[in-house]
Design a protein around this ligand. Structure first.
Ligand SMILES: [Zn+2]
Length: 269
């Protein structure tokens, strides 16, 4: 069976450390030689840029299908058809999120490799010749830390971009169907979720969509507008979302004007 790429990195590192433990930092060329071998091994141990692209594409396409399936939760009183017909307008949003994720993950990948080599070179150049005190195991753990974290970092990027995508998709649907307001939802009650205090404040608050028909027709009191605050998912790792309202009857009573109330309960003739 061929060696796993991360096994190959770890073995290369072990040999390099043994050599430096034996000879210490005695020449620049020794360091250069091992740096280039470790770079190769580190690159091989991580997903290739092409693989990153493919994985991100699959993951985010799944998110976009799920968001359409779960759309009743985000769009109160809107029929399936109204949601599905925006289908092809979502492609650019999806593509934008894929590009952003791929770029970020590639950047993380590059950083992980550089950090790994930096740690190795920092350690290797500080070893005096003939040292017996080098804890190779500890050194290996320290040096390969960034490579080990890489999958986790990539997952975090996809999750964050996935939330941005969910919110972008919902905002296209809302715009297309003339939403009048949005109710903010924060996950602040969820144990372990590092919520932003100002987003917790927004929980369950209702924000008007600027220029909507209900305001234009004098049926709705605007109050705060949705475009006056950061959008859900806009800030890093924000997992908030909004659910959109489309009908006057779904607004709380205090957001209706007198005319709005009358239009809901027309006086009997
Ligand atoms: Zn948030």
């Amino acid at each position: 069976m061929p060696k796993s790429p991360s096994r190959r990195f770890s073995e290369t590192l072990t040999i390099a450390l043994e050599e430096f433990a034996k000879y210490g930092y005695d020449s620049r060329s020794r360091l250069d030689y091992w740096m280039s071998r470790l770079r190769e091994a580190a690159m091989a141990s991580l997903k290739s840029p092409e693989q990153i692209d493919e994985d991100v594409r699959v993951a985010l396409k799944q998110v976009s299908r799920r968001v359409i399936r779960k759309s009743p939760r985000y769009h109160r009183g809107l029929g399936r058809y109204a949601i599905q017909r925006v289908g092809n307008r979502l492609a650019p949003e999806l593509e934008r999120r894929i590009m952003a994720s791929v770029d970020l993950i590639r950047l993380h990948r590059q950083e992980a490799i550089e950090k790994t080599l930096q740690r190795f070179s920092g350690l290797a150049t500080s070893i005096p010749p003939g040292t017996r005190t080098l804890d190779k195991r500890e050194a290996r753990t320290q040096i390969s830390k960034s490579l080990r974290q890489m999958n986790f970092e990539a997952r975090r990027v996809v999750i964050d971009q996935g939330h941005k995508l969910i919110n972008a998709v919902n905002s296209v649907i809302a715009e297309d169907n003339g939403a009048i307001a949005a109710v903010w939802h924060s996950h602040w009650r969820q144990p372990g979720y590092d919520y932003r205090p100002d987003h917790k404040e927004r929980d369950e608050q209702l924000y008007a969509v600027r220029g909507n028909w209900a305001i234009t027709d004098g049926l709705m009191k605007p109050g705060h507008y949705l475009d006056e605050i950061t959008q859900p998912g806009q800030e890093v790792f924000c997992r908030c979302y909004v659910s959109y309202l489309y009908h006057l009857r779904d607004l709380p009573d205090d957001r209706l004007t007198k005319k709005g109330r009358q239009s809901l309960n027309p006086p009997e003739a």
